[in-house]
Design a protein around this ligand. Sequence first.
Ligand SMILES: Cc1cc2nc3c(=O)[nH]c(=O)nc-3n(C[C@H](O)[C@H](O)[C@H](O)COP(=O)(O)O)c2cc1C
Length: 622
Amino acid sequence: MSPESTNDPKFAADTSPDVTEFGVLYGSQTGTAEKLAHQLAKDVADRFDKSATVTTIDNYDFTAISSSDKEHLLILLVSTNGDGDPSDNAMKTFRYISDLCREPEHNQLLSRLRFGIFGLGNTAYDAYQGAARNYKTCLLDLGAHLVAPYGEGNDEKGELYEDFVSWKSKFLVNMGSECNWKVIKEDQYTPLYQIQPVSARKHTDGQLVASLRDLDFLDRPPFHMAKPFMAPIRSCRIFTSGERCQFHCELDLEGSRLRYQTGDHIGIYPTNRIADVEQFLFAFGLLDRKDEIVQVRSSTPLWFVTPTTYVAIARHYLSINSPVSSEIIQQISKFSPSKEAREKLELLASREQFVKKVIKRKQTLYRLLLDVSSGQPWPDVPFSLLLESLGKLQPRFYSVASSNLMYENQAHISVKCERETIDNDAFYGVCSNFIEEACFKSSNLYLNPDSSIKLPLYIRRSNFKPPVRKDRPIIMICAGTGIAPFRGFIQERIAQSKSGAVGKNLLFFGCRDENDALYSDDIAQYQKQLGSSLEVQLAYSRADPSHKIYVQEKVREHAIQVYALITQGAYIYVCGNSVKLSSSMNRLMRELLIRQGGASEIEAAKELKQFRLSGRYQEDLW
Ligand SMILES: Cc1cc2nc3c(=O)[nH]c(=O)nc-3n(C[C@H](O)[C@H](O)[C@H](O)COP(=O)(O)O)c2cc1C
């Protein structure tokens, strides 16, 4: 980036020159900011007829801004990860601009940039919104002009999307007026997808092309995210059943040419439950037309093959159980089947009502609409609007619970079914229950190995990796099915131990009680194989109601041993399904470095950051 800039510092703020470069950029670790970025770009296109480049922050060339004579407008969606750090795809730019903004001579370097910014974070973390706030400060220090308001969304109570919607409504008005962009349409709905009935098209073997999975060529490698491998289920083992259903599942990768490494993730594409699909189709007046063959066209890329049928879309491709936003509700209310239904729906528009009746109850769109219309279908809702607002049925990720050194052609996963009853309504997580149904459909606890039941999957590389050197000690901290990758780590150590001694493996495992200690049989077996190099500390949170022990307390109890291992170069791993585990472990690690190592607050924070950067402190959370 060239530091010289002859621009008047107030130029960007006082006049409204034409913006010629417009981008919506995201820094996203788990995909939320990315999704919002695409949505925001579409909203801007609909409202102002302006199209934006949508890409990661690190993909955008910030160096070009200062050397260009064009006006730039960038909207940044920045999530915070780690200990207040940006996501991996926003880190490079952050380092770059934070170096520059320390030098006062660069204070007009980005005066040709107007920017909007919305941060994504979670108040469970000490460094709440660290990344977005730092980005904002640095860009301002470099002379960029902020289009108000600055926005923040908080994941903690599940209201992040609502925070985004209320920020967006104010921001777009300001952005339009600052950039002199005319609103071409505010309230009119134009479908993004054109859906037309077509006559039946036959596949070569005479089958209708209704599902991606019907196509023959998809059975051959290479397999990847866009072409998942249909992996046969080898065997399943139940740990706990009922509301808290947890189980182990072994998948066969033979013939797929898929290779995973210990610590990687498996992406599994779920299929929506038939009962949900039928209710969804009924809600939009499509149940009788479910097998109608339709062609879907759009200028934006489509994520499924057409022609297809409504039922195939609803079952395999559309996220029909997506969380509902107040924005969708506003759009859909125009297509109400009756005045009463519309009025009832509009009553939910206030944030308070919406949070209470929709977010907290984890309502799906179709159930909510049927609820307000007393069971009457909503046939006027354009199907395109459903495709746009519900989006793609995404794969869900599971940490591999095996090591490739022990099981080259198999991948094991640990699954906890998401099931909850809220206000008498049953809530089912899509993928976990789909896998459970596939595994135990005949209500046998053990599946017949000849069964042809298969799960569509692919491998996602992860950075969560055991140390390259097998003599390094490892400290593994987990709760619940967070044990999964550590079963793989321990198997890896067993495989490595065949060629010489391995380092200490210290596992802290938080579970409810003895029955909830997943893989206890396997672990007992591994202890025989690894001897004293494997030590397991269990923390039972519900064994004794008067004395709940969480995994953090167990780690604290063993602080001296943990710190000693750290000084010997131990790698620390945290895995679980709660950001609370991550934030409390962050705190605990700092506390350990202070109490045991004599570091100051600042030194401990720096040391932990350094551990992260060098891969000696790693997290795998969902
Ligand atoms: C491992 C991890 C660390 C996180 N650290 C922070 C943090 O330090 N501060 C914060 O405000 N939010 C933190 N969060 C919350 C995320 O910023 C929030 O979930 C956000 O919606 C994720 O957006 P993304 O999916 O685009 O990455 C963290 C989340 C995870 C999973």
